[in-house]
Design a protein around this ligand. Structure first.
Ligand code: GLC
Ligand code: CA
Length: 565
């Protein structure tokens, strides 16, 4: 096994690009690879190290590219393979690495494997997917319901007289990882991209690849309703075996980084994915802190989070993985609403302050930080007030579901306003000019109308902008070892408005203080912690905070980081 000398990904900051919405270079309203190439210098200026690119493979785009119909081809609207190779070498020339999404929990139903598989029970691809006989009465094999909220996880195919499993959309049949031939096909594809020179993978839905082979009904489901399929698919019986095989056969032969998307993975299980001695992945995306504002209908809710929940969930991960695995640190991605709107405050007087505060809380924790496009300028939720403006199939499924439950239009849209994935997917706001400098045409999804105020060109022109604050955080990470491997310890864990912690490493000790309140509040430091204003490392107000003894008078959303003696 190759042992690679550096864990470079521990020091890296990753920037996530959602290609559809990043930059359109050819005026068709859809972002593309050549658009990304134009903006590489911008990313270099921000200071990030790695780009994570959402899927750009050939796809019917039912789920914006997560339904792949050819893992070796680039979707035409994004460009060509030559464009891709040019992007990769230009990124490398700038010292930027690039990781791709590996989407192998399911494929598109238009993938040639599925087209063959569905024909019969005995062709070379028959077992590439998960097929089950109907129950005696002809109904689906069990009560699992699709994660996207559109009915059963099973779809009947008359040609085979069987049902196939799809955890997500009907057009996304789950691949059968229990079939070794399928696994070899996946590894072959990984080598194809790795040999081209990419620097790793984000492994989509990877905690869901191994299913309980008895396919039991979910006993928690209400009679006559669908049950969550996570129960039969999350962290399934062979998932670690599969990842160890993948590591042995592919990953260990390259000096690359891996991050697995691991929905519904408790921290004890997470360690199994990322403890180095197990040779699986470098880190996972966990979701505990994304669950703090779930409501009666799950994710789609208008509930506001409680800081105590957010703190305890983050602290749990900081503590449990310390010295064992490695955390990924994120607020935002293409599946989540915008963090300023969610955990901060989008009102004009607080938007930038709270964006900087949230960035501080995250970037000083132990782990690899991920920035989602637009986060670095403090973009906010789009809050479309008309269902027609939503593009995400999940938003439309939820809309139908809520209408079916008898919720009013207003209430339904309120939930989508808060939580729809489209909040993250509106085009990147490059300038205050027409179409936000994203495209020359009509964009594939509406722009957030606030692009005139919130955009890259005004951020670059303002030395106090959120952009430069992120730039400084990234720079500090390169300079301060304690940000990488210092231990983590909470300060005043019970405080209802302030998230405060210490990072500590061989004689270096720093203190992070972050207020989540929109009011001026007092914060009392424990007696053993002394700070001096000369020892401030970063903060989001220009002038000094007022202090009296151990008492600090924090202004709304104030964030402060100090060296401790
Ligand atoms: C992951 C992706 C999400 C996609 C789903 C199905 O959760 O992040 O965007 O819809 O997998 O592939
Ligand atoms: Ca385009």
């Amino acid at each position: 096994m190759n042992e690679h000398s550096t864990d470079w990904w521990k020091k890296a900051v990753v920037y996530q690009i959602y290609p559809q919405s990043f930059k359109d270079s050819n005026g068709d309203g859809i972002g593309d690879i050549n658009g990304i190439r134009e903006k590489l210098p911008y990313l270099k200026e921000l200071g990030i190290d790695v780009i994570w690119l959402n899927p750009i493979y050939q796809s019917p785009m039912v789920d914006n590219g997560y339904d792949v119909s050819d893992y070796y081809a680039i979707q035409a609207e994004f460009g060509t393979m030559a464009d891709f190779e040019a992007m990769l070498s230009e990124a490398h020339a700038l010292g930027l690495k690039l990781i791709m999404d590996l989407v192998v929990c399911a494929s598109s139903s238009e993938h040639q494997w599925f087209q063959e598989s569905k024909k019969s029970k005995n062709n070379p691809y028959s077992d590439f997917y998960i097929w089950k006989d109907p129950k005696a009465d002809g109904s689906a094999p069990n009560n699992w319901g699709s994660i996207f909220g559109a009915g059963s996880c099973w779809e009947y195919v008359p040609e085979r007289g069987q049902y196939y499993l799809h955890l997500f959309a009907t057009e996304m049949p789950d691949l059968n990882w229990d079939n070794p031939e399928l696994r070899q096909e996946v590894y072959k594809n990984m080598r194809f991209w790795l040999d081209m020179g990419i620097d790793g993978f984000r492994l989509d839905s990877i905690s869901l690849i191994s299913k309980k082979l008895e396919f039991p009904d979910n006993p928690a489901a209400v009679e006559g309703e669908f049950g969550s399929p996570y129960f039969g698919a999350s962290n399934g019986p062979r998932v670690h075996e599969f990842l160890q095989e993948m590591n042995r056969e592919v990953l260990s032969h390259y000096d690359v980084m891996t991050v697995g998307e691991a929905t519904r993975t408790p921290v004890e299980e997470a360690v199994k994915y990322c403890e180095p001695s197990r040779h699986e992945l470098n880190m996972i995306f966990q979701f505990d802190h994304m669950h703090v504002d779930y409501g009666e209908y799950g994710r789609y809710s208008d509930l506001r989070f409680k800081l105590s929940d957010l703190k305890s969930s983050m602290v749990k991960w900081q503590t449990a993985l310390s010295g064992r695995g490695w955390n990924s640190l994120y607020w935002d991605n293409h599946d989540q609403p915008r963090v300023v709107s969610r955990f901060g405050n989008e009102r004009p007087e607080f938007r930038e302050l709270s964006a900087k505060m949230l960035a501080t809380v995250l970037h000083f924790q132990q782990g690899t930080p991920y920035i989602f496009q637009g986060e670095e300028i403090g973009m906010t939720n789009a809050k479309f007030d008309n269902i027609e403006d939503y593009r995400d199939l999940e938003a439309h499924n939820m809309y139908r579901k809520f209408q079916g439950l008898g919720l009013s239009e207003k209430e339904t849209l309120r939930y989508l306003n808060y939580k729809s994935r489209d909040n993250a997917r509106t085009p990147m706001q490059w300038s205050g000019e027409d179409k936000a400098g994203f495209t020359a045409a009509e964009s594939w999804i509406a722009l957030n109308p606030n692009y005139k105020e919130i955009n890259v060109s005004s951020a670059l022109a303002d030395k106090n902008s959120v952009f430069y604050y992120y730039q400084e955080l990234i720079r500090l990470r390169k300079e301060l070892e304690v940000m990488i491997d210092g231990t983590f310890e909470m300060v005043n864990p019970e405080d209802s408005d302030v998230f405060s912690y210490i990072r500590h490493r061989e004689g270096e000790k720093l203190l992070v203080i972050a207020s989540f309140s929109d009011k001026k509040i007092s914060f009392e430091l424990p007696d053993n912690l002394r700070i001096k204003k000369q020892q401030k490392i970063i903060g989001n107000y220009d002038d000094e905070v007022k202090m009296k003894g151990q008492e600090l008078y924090l202004r709304p959303y104030e964030a402060l980081v100090y060296w401790l003696k």
